[in-house]
Design a protein around this ligand. Sequence first.
Ligand SMILES: Nc1ncnc2c1ncn2[C@@H]1O[C@H](COP(=O)(O)OP(=O)(O)OP(=O)(O)O)[C@@H](O)[C@H]1O
Ligand SMILES: [Mg+2]
Length: 223
Amino acid sequence: MTALLTVRNLSHRYNADVLLSFADVLLSRGALLMVRGPSGSGKSTLLHLLGGVLPITSDAGSVLLDGTDVGSLTSKQRDGLRPFVVGWMPQRHSMIGSVSVLDNVLLPVALARRVTGADRMRASELLRALEIESLAERRPADISVGQLARVNLARALAAQPKLLLADEPSAALDDASVNAVASVIAVYVSEGGSAIVASHDGRLRDSLLRMLGDRFSERSVAP
Ligand SMILES: Nc1ncnc2c1ncn2[C@@H]1O[C@H](COP(=O)(O)OP(=O)(O)OP(=O)(O)O)[C@@H](O)[C@H]1O
Ligand SMILES: [Mg+2]
């Protein structure tokens, strides 16, 4: 397994009061890292930096993703990482209310290029694996919070990204849904995808460890 992602000496300053430092990361293709830490410790911030959502300033360490120095990219180039290099599942997800669940899943692909029949098939398969296939034609406002969380994961995986960044993917889920989420992530990783999952959900951790064995590792977000 070769490294997809290398993170060294990374930090982020929001303002004079908030300086966050992060543990180094070496993530292989076909491997998952669960990032843990208490609320406010910087898990979401780390994912924002890795996914190109927040800029990495010149003195704030290095992120090498699939051969690209993320810190050297322009804002537009960083946006271009998503959805095909980075599959982005934010903690606070936002759906387009006027289109269907299925179209919301396909939205990141549609913004990047023409949606194909294969894209539609993959999106439907993800919804089926996440046990929300029957909701595909509903509007986001007409499904539950736990169902929306699974739509959010399907959306992050729809473009078959090289790296999945999933922020609290099991928040608001019951045990059966946690298992479905773990299973979809485990299949993606087993097929060669890489994932960083920020979570303090012991149920998700135990399921992923059981499903992934030595492809699973975990660490605190702080150095
Ligand atoms: N836009 C911002 N401006 C200033 N400070 C921020 C901003 N976003 C986050 N912070 C601060 O940075 C720290 C890390 O926040 P972050 O959201 O990364 O934590 P987290 O580990 O994801 O927490 P949680 O488990 O609650 O999701 C917190 O102290 C937070 O208040
Ligand atoms: Mg967070």
